[in-house]
Design a protein around this ligand. Structure first.
Ligand SMILES: Nc1nc2c(ncn2[C@@H]2O[C@H](COP(=O)(O)OP(=O)(O)OP(=O)(O)O)[C@@H](O)[C@H]2O)c(=O)[nH]1
Ligand SMILES: [Mg+2]
Length: 326
């Protein structure tokens, strides 16, 4: 089959082929589609459009929290726990440095990127380059790939350093906020906004002590939302303590969303964001390559320089869809 992209790189499978393989559960195809998304290739749009009708099954759990709190370690443990319950598990880590081993399923860091011996686990790190602003979109497109691949649960890890990372986590069905107790004589306050976003709070590294103050603080400050009081789970990710309770809390929240109809609300809220972001992105694409704007753009620039039109009106005119030929 001939390709339109005159790329010197290795020949690629066609998008329909890739999507068919993905829907058959082939992890290799999933990895390729995520690479297209990651590189923001035009084919990614077609691929996501094709897989979209096959998504909506997976329960998506977002993890956020300060660097080093133990998000990756917790997810590694949870992968194992959910595999033991015979659930297929996907992981998208928005931090490419995350050290994933896939619980006990995968042995080393080299193989963690896209394959493993267990067909029920798929772990993928997303590189963040080239996605200023579009990171949330790329992440959720990748989540959809894992959904279509047949994963029952998809964990998304982001480092809660910036607002955009926190936002990614809140687009999940269940948002987990991971904190760790600080040691020494410090008053530990929560970062602004962190108390509003979590459905489940984890206080990890309780082996290091000082967790009582943090847990009491959280208990005091957390409020029920829509009839759900966020549980606070104490864990030691390194030895597995509290992981069963955490898995249980995640499942209870999933059931709560189904029982109350809030799952649908969350889907609609995310859809709003995604429609707007896609609209912004396609507008940005239309104007980023000035060579493709053609003679109309040049003429508008002349008109602005001659004061025949102001720059704002010129922009509106530029973005008007071309008139259809009669
Ligand atoms: N003592 C102790 N160490 C832990 C625990 N959980 C994780 N760690 C260690 O803390 C360090 C950071 O853990 P990660 O799981 O990489 O944390 P993270 O939140 O994913 O970190 P980033 O992705 O860099 O934000 C590692 O060295 C872990 O081994 C715990 O419960 N107790
Ligand atoms: Mg990590």
């Amino acid at each position: 089959m001939t390709r339109r992209t005159a790329s010197p790189r290795r020949p690629r499978d066609s998008v329909p082929e890739l999507v068919r393989a993905l829907l058959r559960g082939e992890k290799r195809a999933a990895g390729k589609v995520i690479s297209l998304i990651e590189d923001d290739e035009a084919e990614a749009v077609e691929a996501v459009a094709r897989i979209f009708p096959h998504t909506g099954r997976a329960h998506v759990v977002g993890f956020t929290g300060p660097p080093g709190a133990g998000k990756s370690s917790l997810i590694n443990r949870l992968v194992r726990t959910f595999r033991a319950k015979d659930k297929k598990v996907g992981v998208v880590a928005v931090d490419p440095t995350s050290p994933y081993s896939g619980g006990a399923v995968l042995g080393d860091r080299i193989r963690m990127a896209d394959t493993g011996v267990d067909p029920g686990v798929f772990i993928r790190s997303m590189a963040t380059r080239g996605h200023a602003g579009g990171l949330a979109l790329a992440t959720f497109d990748a989540v959809r790939v894992l959904d279509a691949l047949g994963m029952d649960v998809v964990f998304v890890e982001t480092v809660g350093a910036g607002q955009s990372e926190v936002e990614i986590a809140t687009r999940a069905h269940t948002t987990v906020v991971v904190e760790m107790p600080l040691t020494g004589d410090v008053v530990q306050t929560m970062k602004a906004g962190i108390l509003e976003i979590g459905d489940v709070y984890v206080v990890n590294k309780v082996d290091l002590g000082n967790d009582d103050v943090l847990v009491a603080n959280l208990k005091f400050q957390l409020e029920a939302r829509d009839g759900w009081t966020p549980p606070i789970v104490r864990t030691i990710a390194t030895d597995g303590r509290g992981i069963d309770e955490l898995a249980d809390a995640l499942m209870r929240h999933a059931e709560f969303l189904d029982r109350t109809g809030l799952r649908r609300n969350r889907e609609v809220a995310r859809a709003r964001l995604e429609i707007l972001e896609n609209a912004q992105r396609s507008l940005a694409r239309r104007v980023e390559d000035t060579s493709r704007l053609g003679a109309a753009f040049d003429q508008l620039a002349q008109d602005v320089a001659d004061r025949r039109i102001d720059p704002h009106a010129a922009a509106v005119k530029l973005l008007k869809p071309p008139r259809k030929a009669r």
